[in-house]
Write a protein that binds this ligand. Structure first.
Ligand SMILES: [Zn+2]
Length: 225
């Protein structure tokens, strides 16, 4: 897959704006539509990645597993007519975007939901998505914003709960023999160090699964004596 990087695009912002362009030019995630950006997102990286992987013959079917606390409305819209790309979003029902698009599967969580209820719903959603999509590739958006200390979240997951979320996604995909690409998504903790911790833990967890996959799956035959 070829990777392209460019910052040569125009954001038509009004004079005197306080939009932090230096920061958000680096973000390309799930609220961007085909014809406009939205919610801090200029481009939709997961939709572009899924379509590019198909165009280059690297994957026939893709599942996008969006666990950012905000619905993946741009992704759902862009891929609505793509029957070989399954869009799944688990998010806070009362959070933005307030006009939601229909993913192939949406699970809405009530305000304040904690680890146990979220993880139960997540497992059902991922199992359903993998069974329906039969994907060759999963793209996992690991938002840090379901965290209890997030300013824009509305849910109450702990750091341990978010690590359990990551593990559950990787375990279920491994059980279905589906490789996973992981992307950062939102994170707006009162203390930015918490968002960093959560994202870093996702990377560590992904790396531990990758290392485990490199190990031989069966022990050498016992030497006969
Ligand atoms: Zn978000």
């Amino acid at each position: 897959m070829k990777i392209f990087y460019t910052d040569h695009y125009v954001l038509p912002l009004p004079a005197g704006h306080r939009f932090p362009t230096a920061k958000y030019s680096l973000l390309r995630t799930h609220h961007a539509f085909r014809d406009h950006g939205e919610g801090y997102c200029v481009f939709n990286s997961s939709a572009i990645a899924a379509l590019s992987m198909q165009a280059e013959g690297c994957a026939r079917r893709v599942a996008i597993l969006d666990c950012d606390v905000h619905q993946g409305n741009g992704t759902a819209s862009i891929l609505a007519d793509e029957p070989t790309i399954f869009t799944f979003s688990i998010h806070a029902a009362k959070n933005s975007p307030f006009r939601k698009e229909a993913s192939d599967l949406d699970i809405e969580m009530p305000d304040g939901v904690g680890d146990a209820d979220y993880l139960d719903a997540l497992e059902q959603g991922i199992c359903h998505a993998l069974a329906a999509a039969q994907p060759d590739l999963a793209i996992y958006l690991a938002g840090a914003d379901p965290y209890v200390g997030d300013r824009l979240g509305r849910l109450s997951l702990t750091k341990e709960g978010l690590q359990a979320r990551d593990r559950k996604v990787f375990e279920l995909c491994r059980a279905a023999s589906v490789p996973v690409a992981v992307a950062m998504a939102g994170g707006y903790s009162n203390d930015i160090a918490d968002s960093v911790d959560i994202h870093f833990c996702t990377v560590e967890t992904a790396a531990s699964f990758w290392r485990a996959a490199q190990r031989p799956t069966s022990l050498p035959a016992a030497r006969q004596i």
